[in-house]
Structure formats: structure tokens, C-alpha cells
Design a protein around this ligand. Structure first.
Ligand SMILES: [Zn+2]
Length: 307
């Protein structure tokens, strides 16, 4: 019963709005959260307590909900899919004016990491302590091929568009959506060459920004996806999972993508680039969730008090 989960109307606090399951269909990913709806009310009521202020100097984190032993709640960076290298594919699909038949992900990621550093943003990424026995790693980097497959899968496209539209709300633009989708299809035709050598990204990140790569522990147990629009805040993912006794959350700080595009494309003439980058970022996030989960996770939108 959705009615049970409607948060109280305290206008001074951010609002958490439950949006139900990611999908009523079955997605290709292995991660499942069937039965978690019984704990939804509890999570909606307490979610705000798990959001803390971002430390602007702290390294960018992945949306991953797994345990990061080095995480310090007083110095949390914002969460975006795949950390900093994850932005590279969004740039390629949404903004890049080069021929899509050239370039590599490694090259694109290197440029993105350099841009982060010029702008004083701290890039970050992660490895995993487990071998990919269950086929799930970071997902946002090592599974990029599967992510692109999901995004361009005709059976998933309706779900994909619905979720992108929901998350972008009034900013959704059909032309941008279709353009990024088309770029994804073109890139897919040569994806083996494009993604070749992507394993080197984290070495490169470590070289350029020492200490920027963490190692996440254990298995994926995400049961929730939180899209956070409250600027300057991020999920204390370790504490969330510890208090819930197992279930983790994918946390996507969408406000950070909006902030990042302002830094990357600051000129008034770059408004279209900003909008396309945001579309590509959200589109790849949904496709990443399609590659990682079976669609049963619960989605929560966290909005500023005055939204
Ligand atoms: Zn990750």
C-alpha cells in the first residue's frame, strides 16, 4: 500500500517520494530485491538521517551500495555511476562532436579525469575485492558493454524511456533522448574496439590522482535506488547498510551531474551540451541498473524541501 509510505509534510526537510519498483517486467541483471517492499515505509521515514553534507575535496564515489572500508562519514564525496570515468561515456554519447567511429573509452576517460583535475573536482573510482564470479562488479565500468546492450535493447526501451522521463521530469527532452539513443546504437556497432583496454582506467586514475581508487567489499545487496536532488548532500552508504542489516542502496546524486555540467560547459552558448550530457548520464544510469538488476528494486526520489 503506497499510502502507508507517504512521508509527513514537514516543509523544512527534504522530501522522500517512493516511486515503486524499477519495473514490473524482468530485467536481465542478476540482482533482486523481491519482498523488500515490506521495509519501504521504514526506509522512507529514516532516509534523511543517512544523508550527510558532501566534502567538496573528497573523491567522487560510485553509486555502488557495497561496503567501502575506507569511507569516512565526515569526508564523503558525491555518488555518480562509475565514479569519474563513468562520465566519459556520457560525454561521448551526448556531447562529443567527433566521428563516433573513432576514439576509445580509455582515451575518453583520460580526458574526463584531466578535466576533473583542471576544475578542482576530485575524481574517484573503485575496484572490487571479489572476482566477478556472479557477473556483477562495479557494473558502471567493467560492464559497460552490457550497459550499452541494455540501453539499445528493443525489449527494454519502453521501460528505459519511462524511467529517464520520470527522473528528468520537466527537463526531459525527446530530441536529446533520441539523439543519445542513436549515438549509443552507432557506438555499439564498434563497441569491442571502443571498450578495449578499459581495465587500464583505474591504473590511470591511480597514477593521475593517487589514493582516488577504493576497494569495495563483498557482494551487491542493493534493494533501493535513491535519486538525490538535494544539492551538497550524499548517502552515508556504509551506515545505511549496517543499520538496515543487509539491504544496501544505490545512491545517485543527480544534483552533482547538474553541477558538473556547469563546470564542464560553463558558456551560455553550451546550453545544449549541458542538457545532452545530463540526458546521457541519466540514460546510462538506468541502463546500468538494467544490466545489474532484475527490475525489482524500489526507487526513491529525494527532493529539496522547497521543490
Ligand atoms: Zn561501481
Amino acid at each position: 500500500m503506497l499510502v502507508d509510505h507517504v512521508p509527513d509534510l514537514d516543509v523544512t526537510r527534504p522530501r522522500t517520494i517512493p516511486l515503486g519498483r524499477l519495473s514490473d517486467k524482468s530485467w536481465p541483471g542478476p540482482l533482486s530485491a523481491d519482498g523488500i517492499e515490506g521495509r519501504l515505509g521504514e526506509v522512507v521515514a529514516a532516509l534523511d538521517d543517512y544523508y550527510v553534507s558532501v566534502d567538496p575535496r573528497a573523491k567522487t564515489r560510485c553509486i555502488d551500495g557495497r561496503h567501502d572500508p575506507e569511507l569516512d562519514e565526515a569526508n564523503l564525496g558525491p555518488q555518480v555511476p562509475g565514479g569519474a570515468p563513468g562520465s566519459a561515456l556520457a560525454y561521448r554519447l551526448g556531447v562529443d562532436k567527433d566521428d563516433l567511429t573513432r576514439g576509445t573509452f580509455t582515451g575518453d576517460a583520460e580526458l574526463m579525469i584531466e578535466a576533473y583535475m583542471r576544475l578542482g573536482l576530485s575524481p574517484g573510482g573503485h575496484r572490487d575485492d571479489l572476482e566477478q564470479a556472479d557477473g556483477v562488479g562495479c557494473g558502471a565500468i567493467d560492464g559497460l558493454q552490457a550497459v550499452l546492450d541494455c540501453m539499445t535493447n528493443p525489449h527494454l526501451v519502453e521501460d528505459h524511456k519511462r524511467l529517464v522521463k520520470t527522473i528528468l521530469d520537466v527537463d526531459f527532452n525527446r530530441d536529446h533522448y533520441l539523439r543519445v539513443m542513436g549515438a549509443g546504437l552507432v557506438l555499439q556497432s564498434r563497441s569491442v574496439a571502443y571498450f578495449h583496454g578499459r581495465g587500464e582506467i583505474l591504473d590511470l586514475l591511480e597514477r593521475k590522482a593517487p589514493g582516488s581508487v577504493s576497494v569495495l567489499r563483498g557482494r551487491h545487496c542493493e534493494a533501493f535506488v535513491v535519486v538525490n536532488l538535494v544539492e551538497g548532500t550524499t548517502l552515508s552508504s556504509n551506515r545505511f547498510a549496517a543499520d538496515l542489516g543487509g539491504p544496501q542502496a544505490f545512491g545517485y546524486d543527480l544534483w552533482r551531474s547538474r553541477q558538473l555540467v556547469q563546470a564542464l560547459f560553463p558558456l551560455p552558448s553550451q546550453e545544449v551540451d549541458r542538457a545532452r550530457f545530463i540526458h546521457a548520464r541519466v540514460m546510462l544510469t538506468i541502463a546500468t541498473l538494467m544490466a545489474l538488476t532484475d527490475g525489482s528494486l524500489q526507487v526513491l526520489l529525494r527532493l529539496p524541501a522547497d521543490a
